[in-house]
Design a protein around this ligand. Structure first.
Ligand SMILES: Cc1ncc(COP(=O)(O)O)c(C=O)c1O
Length: 410
């Protein structure tokens, strides 16, 4: 086969449905069938497929210019998007570095964090703290910081972690966990550049929901012991958790925030790493070597920027947070009615619904069952999750949930 698919054993690969059209939350296939998309193409297509207002700005931009490098040149869409992101992200995040994917934006954040210290003459602070159950992407450093899941098993022997924090399942354990974290920092902070964490909910690495109290606790200790904080909002950003950003649930703001996926509403791969002025200032110098030496060819791509600007405008004008709240309520209501011995836990946060099973075996065949019932959904490990487009119709959402219910009750 010429094409090589992601996360797929090509030898046992079955038939892959060929998409011929997408409209709203519906995917249409070449063989004449269709399915409701429950996961909005890895959670990126927040307005669904082929949304006219986004299509229009793209077409207009294509006729103007579709790309120009940001090295030595600039353009209005990139300037305006940077300003808009500074305006809508939590106060203090003021400097936007664009890149072409979430993984690369994570790499940029890590480079910023390490170089922040080395630009001040401190070459000892190079280690990183990451979390169990996290996922930060598939590039090498992002993989190293992600949980030891299927995503990186082939490379595990190469990817030794510096420090790992486990977010407690039970809020009663937060205080002890924070004490342990403080002990780690007391001993090792002189060698640690930053903590990287997905705020409020860890997505692909385990779909664990946790409280902002714990996040703020970690953040406060990082400040106390001179360790930077990086919040990876590639999955949580743009409304997924019920607020515009996961960080908005918390009181404290990170030094660096990473955005991707929903940023461009699934139209074009793009991402942003947004730094506080404290970070940015350490890169300003008469010495060229202190600059941030990173520059993806497609950073600030104007097609991506105009789509992102329009997407944010619509999100705000059309009160998407209410739509997300309605999605959350519908998922919660139907989840309550889904009962099965196989289920370990059900979790709902914003436009994310997760059913975690006790044993992976109980969801073998679920994807095919859903497809036979015109629903496209793709479990990860022991999780059946849905993360639909925010414009999904209520009857489409109910249909997805009914298919889940039928599977678990059969
Ligand atoms: C939290 C998080 N960070 C980073 C990434 C990597 O993004 P990309 O696939 O665009 O490289 C993902 C992708 O799922 C993610 O969920």
């Amino acid at each position: 086969m010429s094409i090589w698919y992601p996360y797929t054993q090509m030898q046992t690969l079955g038939k892959v449905p060929i998409v011929s059209k997408g409209k709203g939350s519906i995917l249409y296939f070449e063989d004449g069938t269709k399915a409701i998309d429950a996961i909005s193409s890895w959670w990126a297509c927040i307005h669904g497929y082929s949304y006219k207002p986004l299509n229009r700005v793209l077409k207009k931009q294509v006729d103007t210019f579709s790309h120009v490098m940001l090295g030595g040149l600039t353009h209005q869409p990139a300037l305006q998007l940077a300003e808009k992101l500074v305006e809508i992200t939590p106060k203090g995040l003021n400097h936007v570095f664009f890149s072409d994917s979430g993984s690369v934006a994570v790499e940029v954040a890590l480079k910023m964090a390490i170089q922040y210290w080395s630009n001040q003459g401190n070459k000892d602070k190079v280690k990183l703290i990451s979390c169990k159950n996290s996922y930060h992407g598939d590039t090498f450093k992002a993989m190293q910081l992600s949980d030891d899941s299927d995503f990186k098993v082939a490379f595990s022997y190469l990817l030794e972690k510096d420090f790992v924090v486990e977010i407690p399942e039970n809020p009663d354990d937060y205080s002890q966990a924070l004490q342990n974290f403080e002990n780690l920092l007391i001993t090792h902070s002189s060698t640690i550049a930053a903590l990287i964490i997905e705020p409020i909910i860890q997505c692909a690495g385990g779909f664990k929901v946790y409280s902002s109290e714990y996040l703020d606790g970690l953040n406060k200790l990082c400040v106390k012991y001179n360790v930077l904080t990086i919040y990876d909002e590639v999955a949580t950003g743009f409304g997924r958790t019920g607020k515009l950003f996961g960080t908005n649930h918390a009181k404290r703001v990170p030094d660096i925030m990473v955005l991707g996926k929903g940023l461009t509403a699934g139209y074009i791969g793009h991402a942003a790493t947004i730094a506080s002025t404290k970070i940015y200032q350490q890169f300003k110098s008469k010495e060229h070597d202190k600059a941030l030496m990173h520059g993806p060819t497609f950073m600030g791509n104007p097609l991506a920027c105009v789509v992102a600007l329009k997407s944010i405008e619509i999100f705000q004008k059309k009160d998407y947070l209410t739509k997300i709240n309605n999605i959350e309520n519908t998922i919660k209501k139907i989840f309550e009615t889904i009962q099965s011995e196989e289920i370990l836990d059900k979790r709902v946060l914003g436009a994310v619904g997760i059913i975690e099973v006790k044993n992976k075996k109980s969801i073998v065949g679920f994807k095919e069952f859903a497809m036979e019932n015109q629903v496209f959904i793709r479990p990860i490990g022991k999780m059946v999750y849905l993360m639909p487009s925010y414009r999904i119709k209520k009857k489409e959402l109910v249909k997805i949930l009914v298919v889940m219910k039928r599977w678990f009750e059969k």
